[in-house]
Design a protein around this ligand. Structure first.
Ligand SMILES: NC(=O)NCCC(=O)O
Ligand SMILES: [Zn+2]
Ligand SMILES: [Zn+2]
Length: 484
């Protein structure tokens, strides 16, 4: 069955032009004028763009004694409603668990996905088994990205020696390192002190994780990645100190990317000082929201290209789950939602304000990450041969965000009451019209796993450079003989 998207303007990361898009099954087969298909989708007044890719989600994540409430079904449905057609979740091995067993658990959960998805692997402990499993993960399982938590001491955190060992292994395997960059030791000490002093409310969470702890950990991870010769992707970059480290590294030719979240771009730390405990706790995430200066830095980074991707870190907990932390902010499950709202919020606060062009919007919501993760142009492109993961974006469509009408399973929305302008008219996941003019037509289980090869062009370039500049012994003649 063919479908044709007619009368729209195609917007990619580098081009804007008028053309129809013909789709057969799950693939784009032709782009051009006056195309015909069995089913027509009218894109008059709309932009036809690559569907969004959210490279940072946690669906049904086991964390802080509970599970995040959006699973692969509700989470991907929320994504599609907002124009996102691919998500990347994190496989989290338990302490001592093999990486392959963790993948099995994630495979079981993800069968319900409504759109395509992929996994990053997390390195949550270190040992010979992890070292060995990493090769299978990269070569057989199609996962080329490995996340390390420098925070969450006593749970997911790894130390610098483990980090360096893991980064070295990734360099050998042609994979990419990722970090959650906050100094977990300092956060743990500050948390204990704040609690002892009676700072038990959600605002204590923000006090315990100032921007300096993120800046330090970002600098440290960049240095260790450079020593190991591995490309580095820094997740949820929230502040100027971390951005400054990434910006400097990139100017020095290092292969480092930064990922701000839509929450950090549009919400600030005043949320934690709200008198309503629930309001503040619902917004507890790590790193916490920052102030206006940090937000301006993140926007400028997206404009300048020193920050590459806008994600959500979607990790949604209900109010009931958040209340575990009444009387002790360190027990509030860390995480917020955003999958359904990332694209409309970024369009409204980015494109509508003139901070981003529509092409830059496509770059930071889809194409850049498809290239980094090595699934471009299957994903992140409007090209013949690419997957028909598309969003027909109506720049005139408006709504007020509210939990009452959202797809996410939780009972609130951190963007409640925000007006957005720019929403999907249609969202297509491998050719299936999952969102049809406001109507949800998702198909549970439609989503497929996207395998991603290692040795990306960036890995190859970096390893060539590291080989060329590696320490070389000086060949000498006339070496003095000792002991004569
Ligand atoms: N970010 C957050 O608070 N929760 C999800 C886990 C993580 O990415 O750190
Ligand atoms: Zn994190
Ligand atoms: Zn995360």
């Amino acid at each position: 069955m063919t479908k044709v998207i007619k009368n729209g303007t195609i917007v990619t990361h580098d081009l804007t032009y008028e053309a129809d898009v013909l789709i057969d099954g799950g693939t784009i087969i032709e782009i051009g004028p006056n195309l015909k298909g069995e089913e027509e989708l009218d894109a008059t007044g709309c932009y036809v763009m690559p569907g969004g890719i959210d490279p940072h989600v946690h669906l049904e994540m086991p964390f802080m004694g509970t599970y995040s409430s959006d699973d692969f079904e509700s989470g991907t449905r929320a994504g599609l409603a907002g124009g996102t057609t691919m998500v990347v979740d994190f496989c989290l091995p338990n302490q001592g668990e093999s990486l392959l067993d963790a993948i099995k658990r994630w495979d079981n959960k993800s069968t319900r996905a409504n759109c395509d998805y992929s996994f990053h692997m997390a390195v949550t402990w270190w040992g010979e088994q992890v070292f060995n499993d990493m090769e299978t993960v990269v070569k057989d399982k199609g996962i080329n990205t490995f996340k390390h938590f420098l925070a969450y001491k006593g749970a997911l955190m790894v130390n610098d020696d483990e980090l360096f060992s893991s980064f070295n292994r990734l360099s050998e395997l042609g994979a990419i390192a990722m970090v959650h960059a906050e100094n977990g030791d300092v956060v743990a000490e500050m948390t204990a002190k704040l609690l002892a002093e009676g700072n038990t409310g959600p605002e204590g969470h923000a006090y315990s994780r100032p921007s300096q702890v993120e800046g330090e950990a970002t600098n440290r991870a960049i240095m260790i990645a450079d020593m190991a010769g591995v490309p580095l992707y820094v997740v949820h970059t929230s502040c100027e100190e971390a951005h400054e480290a990434i910006r400097r590294a990139r100017q020095q030719g290092k292969r480092v990317w930064g990922e701000p979240l839509i929450q950090h771009l549009t919400l600030d730390k005043s949320e934690y000082f709200n008198k309503d405990w629930d309001h503040a706790a619902r917004r507890v995430m790590s790193p916490p929201f920052r102030n206006k200066q940090h937000q301006d830095s993140l926007w400028a980074g997206l404009q300048a290209g020193s920050l590459s991707v806008v994600a959500t870190d979607h990790c949604a907990f209900t109010t009931e789950q958040k209340r575990t932390g009444v009387g002790d902010f360190s027990k509030i499950p860390n995480g917020t939602g955003g999958l359904e709202d990332r694209m409309p919020m970024l369009w409204t606060h980015g494109v509508e304000t003139g901070r981003l062009t529509p092409n830059e919007f496509v770059a930071v919501t889809s194409t850049n990450i498809a290239k980094i993760l090595n699934c471009y142009p299957k994903k992140g492109a409007v090209l013949a041969g690419a997957d028909a993961d598309l969003v027909v974006w109506d720049p005139a469509k408006t709504k007020t965000i509210t939990a009452g009408t959202q797809q996410s399973a939780i009972d609130y929305n951190v963007f409640e009451g925000k007006e957005v302008k720019g929403l999907p008219r249609f969202t297509l996941t491998r050719g299936h019209v999952a969102i049809h003019d406001g109507e949800v037509r998702t198909q549970e289980g439609h989503g497929k796993f996207v395998k991603r090869e290692a040795n990306t062009p960036v890995n190859k370039a970096l390893s060539s450079w590291k080989e060329l500049t590696a320490p070389q012994p000086v060949q000498r003649t006339g070496i003095p003989v000792t002991g004569v």
